[in-house]
Ligand binder design. Structure first.
Ligand code: SAM
Ligand code: SF4
Length: 333
């Protein structure tokens, strides 16, 4: 078991399996200036498996695969299979934009994936196409149903809250997601948009300057039109979301507010970038490289020492001024 220098136990590792993506969400990836890592710097599946074996030996048993878009990486089911067999693994989950999920959901479940988070910010085809720069909403819908049918559980839908370039708050979207949580066993989480990421900062002038963050209170007000929301313990314990649900609903609604209600005090996460850097905080650029030592023959004990070093670097809390110079797609959101 490892602790950081503020007494928090590290239990959770988010692994970016690629920095590539088939979408270009306006708040995440630049359309024009995309810095992709050299392929030989991306960790192989053998290397990721080794890192996870070492992590689980330290009781870091909650593993989430993310990216970039994890499902664009070839043979991702074979990675899931390798990881799911590791003794000490408590949970194996995946975050995806859902566009490639329909044909893969069942194989992922059979390979040992337990649950999935699908990112979807709007239920309007036109808005979806604008926000993702060309994505097809029907593929995501098909992916959501495929995940439910495959028995991945729970299925969570992550919705980033913002008003886009036309300045209209997306009230119909909020109500549409609320209906989804009533009719289907889907757990919709509204997440505060974090403007403090590199690709965003370096990319003024392509539409996002007009984006406006929307608050949890605003969303709650809109949601109250459909009825009273009752506090709910949530589909799985732990995690930063606070959950509610409508009476008789099949699913639930959660809120994650990293900026207005930070949860740094309970943060138990480390992140591994696709190029093998351990990061202790989404909003802190300190990194510990695992790739070079692993490729230069480091022993497991030496890699454990690097995990401890990364944990020691974890800040007590982030400061919004200390914005990360990296993008969410590179770090692994
Ligand atoms: N491609 C996958 C997806 O979209 O789910 C996984 C990687 S993506 C970086 C992970 C999550 O980060 C998505 O839910 C996305 O909406 C979120 N995200 C990216 N940039 C963000 C930002 N600036 N603020 C809040 N969430 C952000
Ligand atoms: Fe790709 Fe996910 Fe970033 Fe959208 S949020 S560009 S899907 S990595």
């Amino acid at each position: 078991m490892i602790f950081d220098s503020h007494g928090r136990c590290i239990r959770y590792l988010r692994i970016s399996v690629t920095d590539r993506c088939n979408l270009r969400c306006i708040y995440c990836m630049s359309e024009r200036r995309i810095c992709l890592s050299d392929l030989e710097h991306i960790l192989t599946y053998e290397e990721i498996e080794r890192v996870v074996r070492i992590a689980t030996s330290l009781e870091i048993g909650f593993i989430r695969l993310t990216g970039g878009e994890p499902l664009v990486r070839r043979e991702v089911c074979s990675l899931v299979k390798r990881l799911s067999r590791i003794p000490g693994l408590t949970d194996l989950s995946l975050t995806t934009n859902g566009t490639l999920l329909e044909p893969l959901a069942s194989s992922l479940q059979k390979a040992g994936l337990k649950r999935v988070n699908i990112s979807l910010d709007t239920l309007d085809e036109g808005r979806f196409s604008c926000l993702t720069r060309g994505g097809d909403l029907s593929c995501v819908r098909a992916g959501i149903y495929a995940a439910l049918n495959a028995g991945l559980e729970p299925v969570k839908i992550n919705v980033v809250l913002f008003a886009d370039e036309n300045g209209e708050p997306p009230e119909n979207d909020i109500l549409g997601f609320a209906e989804m949580s009533r009719n289907l066993p889907l757990h919709v989480r509204f997440i505060e948009w974090m403007p403090a990421f590199g690709e965003y900062q370096h990319n003024g002038g392509d539409g996002r300057d007009a984006m406006k963050p929307l608050s949890e209170n605003w969303a709650k007000k809109v949601l109250s039109r459909l009825g009273k929301l009752y506090p709910y313990s949530g589909p799985v314990s732990g995690g930063p979301a606070r959950y509610f649900r409508y009476a008789g609903a099949a699913g639930s609604i959660g809120f994650i507010a990293p900026l207005s209600a930070p949860f740094c005090g309970e943060c138990s996460r480390l992140r591994l970038t696709s190029t093998g850097k351990l990061r202790s905080c989404l909003l802190h650029d300190g990194e510990v490289d695992l790739r070079r030592p692993m490729r230069n023959g480091a022993t497991d004990a030496e890699i454990v020492a690097l995990f401890l070093r990364a944990a020691q670097q974890k800040p007590a809390s982030y400061s919004p001024e200390a914005a990360s110079s990296a993008s969410m797609s590179w770090i692994g959101g």
